[in-house]
Design a protein around this ligand. Sequence first.
Ligand code: UDP
Length: 323
Amino acid sequence: MRYLITGGAGFIGSHLAEALLDKGEEVAVIDDLSTGSMRNIEHLKARPGLRYVIDSIMNKPLLAELVDDSDCVVHLAAAVGVKLIVDSPVRTIVLNVEGTSHVLECATKKKKKVLLASTSEVYGKADKFPFKETSDLLIGPPSKGRWSYACSKALDEFLALAYHKEKGLPVVIVRLFNTVGPRQTGQYGMVVPNFVKQALLGQPITVYGTGRQSRCFVHVRDVVKALIALTREPKAVGQIFNLGSTEEVSILALAKLVKLASGSRSEIRRVPYDHAYEEGFEDMFRRVPDTTKARKLIGFKPSADLAGILADVIEYYRRGEGA
Ligand code: UDP
């Protein structure tokens, strides 16, 4: 199969490109390097089967050409990272909404399959756990910039399902829950690379808020395997799937684990949300997926536990590869 990966030089995209090339697939990557990096795909450049274009998905004629040359589009290009979203809300909304609209429109012309990467952020402040694909979404008010991400991604999902229903476009939607691993950068505020970098540099490990908020972290390797399986499974079309781990950890406990696993002497420092993000910032207190649907259809079961994930990320930063 010929794959087009939007955002293919990013953290998840580059792992997906590599896994697909390993399986002998043809891969085209489009990335504007806004948050992705050539370093992520440097080692793939010489591989037969890889083609890459440094450009934006907002360049519609180019995107149309790339979509035409593929059988399946994995749409990962998006504004990501809570910090980035709070700092650049216009870019977040425009890229996430218009970019996805371009991808779906181009794919519809030739009925190419699209796998749309959405996010667990769409569940917002919902408080019935674990989150099921059919659960209500509880997004905060537009006056709090953070929620523009959830809202833009939820709109992407509506649009993808609308194209499926009205125009017969084969779409699959995945909601990714805190995916981590080597190549994820700490530059956009993600907690695991941030903590690991801080621990290795002997800087204070910054726990925002009380640290009692929790997350479930999944290894990018497990996510990539599931993404590939979902592109190949005809029964996935027209469906939404949660992908994530159910191993829940508080952010304070995570800080302690990172400190221990890296042998760091850093202090663990609490930082108020207002200082970390912006005045009145609202966090999600818990975020736990129900992954029954993906397990039943493609046998999804994460293989890496939190200890294994942290070991991989620490090793990556120790090798000096992380930014
Ligand atoms: N967080 C933290 N310190 C950091 C970065 C993040 O305490 O240096 C917290 C953040 O407030 C949130 C959790 O870690 O409660 C996960 O943040 P991340 O941005 O990685 O992902 P989110 O789940 O919020 O999208």
